[in-house]
Design a binder for this molecule. Structure first.
Ligand code: NAD
Length: 477
């Protein structure tokens, strides 16, 4: 497998995109410009350079933690491990987290971390050393803690890294009874929650399914209602891409192409996602999958004819130079920032429906919220007697109810849940309801203000909610 990351889009461009999208939405508001400037700006930025011995040589590692907004605490956001990490990229990703949490009524400020390492070439032991040292550095400056700033996985990181983060934090704060809540996305055995691993992909599935059920939207792009039979292409078969592909495949969508760093594979009749992953694990490459055509230039997969295109790797992959060649009817932004501002305008003119990242990939932070609450309330579902478990489930159901629309969880449904429910059922219900509610609110804004795209409507919803929280708190002196 190629060791190089082929996505080389400029991160400055990424900033401009978010700022422009924000400004486009803010035009619908008549509020103090200073307040909008405050919402857009990053509250705290911490850049660290620390030394690590790799292969007996000292290597300086560049890393970041950016807290975009303190309007709600703690701050929340993943940690990216990639050789393309930059100051600008992490600032933008932190901003997206603020808007995502606001849309979903998840009471966190946005944050993001980044460690500039190439996980393709450094050993597991060295990744562990880097991770633990990064946590030490965050602790020194008070940039991590259950009530301060709570990291989670992102590109290049997963449960393993979150477990190391927890272990490092706990070893330094052995008396902190809430220490488990210092990070989310941990293994279930380490205090994580069932369903977190697949949550971003499952949220993407719910978001796409929601759109596909709207007659008018489907008619506008000449498609039938429903997921079944839709031809889908996915770029990036990591955590997010894999689970999104899997849930779509299981619901009857036809995954016609999958793209990874080393190339893409294509089969018009559909690819079996689980079998592709087994092939990838066995051979180290997606290529040469039985009965599929190899596409050497991975980026070309984005330009194939399909109903739904899902970029699930990195930012800026659809830009002004390839946007005109995109033939998808719907694009679901599973990755953060995969479409540049210029490309967005070209795609909109072509009539392509875009489901934006700030809504579509929020499943991870929704379930991270459940995990954080579970850790703070010290609930352990699996060890509880049925009766206690029922009481605890009432608690979690109430929280889910509070972030979902009030009447959506019907009485009968509630009773069934409280009788039989397991942690995974509650998490899945909360995730589904949150995704549906968020989408409904975005569509209401789109309809009432006659906005012709989902992204502007989503930004507007987020900005409105943040303004509302400032108004309520009367925070400015
Ligand atoms: P991951 O590291 O698990 O997977 C990323 C995959 O993309 C890898 O398989 C990698 O090989 C592949 N990739 C890299 N360059 C590529 C290229 N040029 N062409 C095709 N594939 C390429 O990362 P992830 O957690 O799945 O994150 C993917 C995206 O989703 C990122 O933008 C991330 O910020 C976003 N996201 C992740 C989460 C989460 O919970 N993990 C939540 C919200 C958003």
């Amino acid at each position: 497998m190629s060791k190089k990351n082929h996505i080389t889009g400029s991160h400055n461009n990424f900033f401009n995109c978010i700022e422009k999208n924000f400004n486009k939405a803010a035009q619908y508001l008549s509020v103090d410009k200073g307040l909008l400037d405050h919402i857009k700006s990053c509250n705290s930025i911490y850049k660290i350079n620390f030394p690590i011995k790799i292969d007996n040589k000292i290597k300086v590692i560049e890393a970041y933690r950016v807290q975009h907004s303190h309007h709600k605490l703690p701050c929340k956001g993943g940690i990216r491990y990639s050789n393309t990490v930059s100051h600008n990229e992490i600032m933008n990703l932190a901003g997206l987290m603020t808007y995502k949490c606001a849309i979903m009524d998840v009471p966190f400020g946005g944050a993001k971390g980044g460690i500039k390492v190439d996980t393709q070439i450094i050993s597991k032991e060295d990744i562990e050393k880097v991770t633990r040292r990064y946590v030490d550095e965050l602790i020194k400056r008070n940039f991590i803690g259950p009530k301060i700033d709570v990291p989670a996985p992102d590109y290049g990181s997963g449960e393993r890294e979150m477990n190391w983060i927890l272990d490092t934090f706990v070893s330094l704060y052995p008396n902190n009874i809430d220490a488990l809540a210092c990070v989310t996305g941990k293994s279930v055995s380490q205090g994580g929650i069932e369903g977190r691993k697949e949550s971003t992909g499952l949220g993407i599935f719910h978001g796409i399914k929601g759109l596909c059920e709207i007659k008018d939207e489907m008619r506008s792009v000449g498609l039938d209602v429903g997921i079944e039979g839709k031809k889908v292409i996915i770029q990036g078969l990591g955590n997010v891409g894999y689970y999104a592909a899997n849930f779509l495949h299981k619901s009857g969508a036809i995954i016609i192409a999958l793209a990874e760093r080393e190339g893409a594979i294509y089969n018009e009749k559909g690819l079996n996602v689980s079998k592709v992953v087994s092939h990838l694990q066995a051979t180290g490459s997606l290529l040469n999958f039985p009965n599929a055509k190899n596409i050497k230039n991975s980026e070309k997969a984005l330009e194939l004819e399909c109903d739904i295109l899902i970029p699930a790797a990195l930012e800026n992959v659809i830009h002004k130079n390839n946007a005109n060649r995109i033939k998808a009817k719907i694009i679901g932004e599973a990755a953060n920032g995969p479409i540049t501002y210029e490309a967005d305008e070209i795609l909109e003119k072509k009539g392509i429906i875009i489901i934006p990242d700030i809504y579509l990939n929020s499943g991870g932070v929704i379930v991270s919220y459940f995990e954080w609450l579970k850790n703070l309330s010290h609930i352990s579902y699996n060890k509880m007697e049925k009766k206690i478990s029922k009481n605890m489930n009432v608690g979690l159901l109430k929280i889910i109810q509070a972030i979902c629309s009030k009447n959506r969880i019907e009485k009968g449904q509630q009773t069934n849940f409280l009788k039989e429910s397991k942690e995974i059922d509650l998490v899945r219900l909360g995730l589904k309801e949150s995704m549906n509610k968020g989408f409904q609110e975005i569509l209401e804004i789109k309809k009432s203000l006659k906005i012709n795209n989902i992204r502007t409507s989503a930004f507007l919803l987020a900005i409105n909610k943040i303004i509302h929280s400032y108004e309520k708190s009367d925070m400015f002196p």
